[in-house]
Design a binder for this molecule. Structure first.
Ligand code: PLP
Length: 531
């Protein structure tokens, strides 16, 4: 493809993109196809000779586009919807033009420094404590990742190695019973220096443990409603996971006292908790864990690295009315938010903020000679790859910069409020059909969860079977609505309840779509009563 062909193809692509984004009423949400049918329509190997763009384009339009799930349809209310915007698409386009990998300052000064700039802009916009900023003071900072899962795995690696260093320190101090001496050690947000250098100096640890060292007693904590990414990270790192209760009467949130109880159980069993994920906006119900209470407990247990997962709801902190939720974040070592969920930036755009970049570098900085450069020798300077699991990095900050400037904080605030308001309106409409539906949580941050009431005469509400009947009816309604392919919601278990999650933060969510979806829920709920 030469530049003239690119120009022509790119103009057509821009028209296609505009057409798709402006006509967000597709015929389907999930393509009505059998699994594997797409692959069958494709050749088994790549072409031997290059093909004409017109042929590739025609196949894209006829084969690929129709089999995409329409995430931005107004009646897509599943998962946490993901956003996009013209500014973000332009950022992707320009970033792709460089063909680079932005792992170090010399690999592109602007890419590295723009990431610092936008992470600090974001930290300020979300009212994060100063300690999370890349500024000259302190050791904190933000960096961009592929996903919340990667962010959590990254900080858990650092937390594990930090715990090993603390343990070495305790052993060197001759403390045999080290379970009770945590108070003498620094707070979770701080690094622990055992004399092992960063930026390549000192022995090649952590990551290399002596034969006397074991991690089998290290435990990661999360609640029943913590996202599975924390459990997965623990599994990857070979760490035990312990579940903290988050029952319905606690709003499906983790409380400080539940955490304290779980920590004590670990210590009684001679296990050492080293990491806890507190969630600001759980996936199932957008519950907010008791951050001040958990933070207070962490003060007593500096061995434990506290992380706040705000993958979706973190975006809401741009609004003045939610800023108070950031008040206690300084009690935690790290925080993550995905801009691709509720901030008009397309996937991937996950941000991780830490109070101690040194802690990450101790675990993740392996700098072979071919990566050395003058810039990294400067005091307190971390290359992006010193702080990440991967070497290769995308130029993600460009689309974030474009988007933050295009919408401004006001534009983002308006968008968040629109989603929240739609959730409230949907909840009100739902409450008018209390004969059919029971609201379980919310409206909270553009999420309402509800379940379907079975016919009253089937059983009385106090009976043991009532819950099962509700769960069964809810599963059926969820399935019926989704299989209509005119709307898409996610059902999920919270405690022993099965609920439908109605998420109203899609970039195209609107009241008309909510009304249509409510009618669909009503028809399905009445339909199963009449079976
Ligand atoms: N944490 C929470 C609270 C989430 O809701 C999600 C996904 O929805 C994740 C983590 C995982 O995010 P990612 O897909 O970016 O790894």
């Amino acid at each position: 493809m030469d530049s003239d062909q690119f120009r022509q193809a790119a103009h057509a692509a821009v028209e296609d993109i505009i057409n798709y984004l402006e006509n967000s009423q597709p015929t389907h949400i999930v393509p009505d196809q059998e699994f594997g049918s797409f692959q069958k329509s494709m050749p088994q190997s790549a072409p031997q000779q290059g093909e004409a763009w017109s042929d590739i384009y025609n196949d894209y339009k006829s084969l690929v586009q129709p089999q995409m799930t329409n995430w931005i349809a107004p009646n897509f209310a599943a998962f946490f919807p993901c956003g996009t915007s013209y500014s973000s698409i332009l950022g992707e386009l320009y970033a792709a033009s460089y063909g680079g990998s932005f792992f170090s300052w010399v690999a592109s000064p602007a890419a590295t420094e723009l990431e610092h700039v936008v992470m600090d802009w974001l930290a300020r916009a979300l009212a994060l404590p100063e300690a999370f900023l890349n500024g000259d003071e302190g050791d904190g900072g933000g960096l961009m990742m592929t996903s919340a899962s990667e962010s959590i795995l990254t900080v858990m690696v650092a937390a594990r190695d930090r715990a090993l260093r603390m343990e070495r320190e305790r052993k060197q101090a001759g403390r045999v019973n080290w379970f009770n001496c945590a108070k003498k050690l620094p707070n979770a947000a701080e690094d622990v220096d055992d004399g092992i250098g960063v930026n390549g100096s000192g022995p090649p640890i952590p990551g290399c443990y002596t034969s006397e060292e074991s991690m089998s007693h290290f435990v990661v904590l999360g609640s029943e409603t913590t996202h599975s990414s924390t459990k997965k990270a623990a599994r990857i790192l070979g760490l035990q996971f312990k579940t903290v209760l988050a029952p319905r009467d606690a709003g499906f949130a983790m409380t400080g006292s539940a955490l304290a109880g779980a920590i004590q159980e670990c210590l009684d069993d001679e296990l050492q908790p080293i990491f806890v994920t507190a969630t600001l906006g759980t996936t199932a119900t957008c519950a907010i864990d008791d951050l001040p209470g958990i933070g207070e407990i962490l003060k007593e247990h500096p061995f434990i690295w506290g992380h706040v997962d705000a993958a979706c709801v973190g975006a809401a902190l741009v609004c003045p009315e939610y800023k108070h939720l950031a008040r206690d974040l300084g009690l935690f070592g790290s925080f993550n938010v995905n801009l691709n969920k509720w901030m008009f930036v397309n996937t991937d755009a996950s941000c991780l903020f830490v109070q101690s970049r040194k802690c990450l570098a101790r675990s993740l900085d392996i700098t072979p000679s071919y990566l050395e450069n003058d810039a990294q020798l400067k005091d307190k300077f971390y290359e992006p790859h010193h702080l990440s699991l991967t070497l290769t990095r995308r130029f993600r900050s460009l689309k974030v910069w474009f988007t933050l400037r295009t919408f401004g904080i006001e534009g983002l605030t308006t968008h968040i409020r629109a989603g929240v308001s739609l959730g409230e309106q949907f909840s009100t409409m739902l409450s008018h059909r209390a004969d059919l539906f029971e609201i379980i949580t919310g409206p909270a941050f553009a999420l309402v969860t509800f379940r379907v009431r079975p016919a009253l005469e089937q059983t009385d509400r106090g009976s043991a079977d009532y819950n099962e009947l509700c769960n069964d009816a809810t599963r059926k309604v969820c399935h019926m609505v989704n299989s209509s392919n005119k709307a898409f919601v996610t059902g999920c278990e919270v405690g022993d309840l099965y609920v439908i999650r109605m998420v109203t933060s899609n970039i195209n969510s609107n009241l008309d779509a909510m009304k249509i979806m409510l009618d669909m829920f009503v028809d399905a709920a009445e339909g199963i009563r009449n079976l």
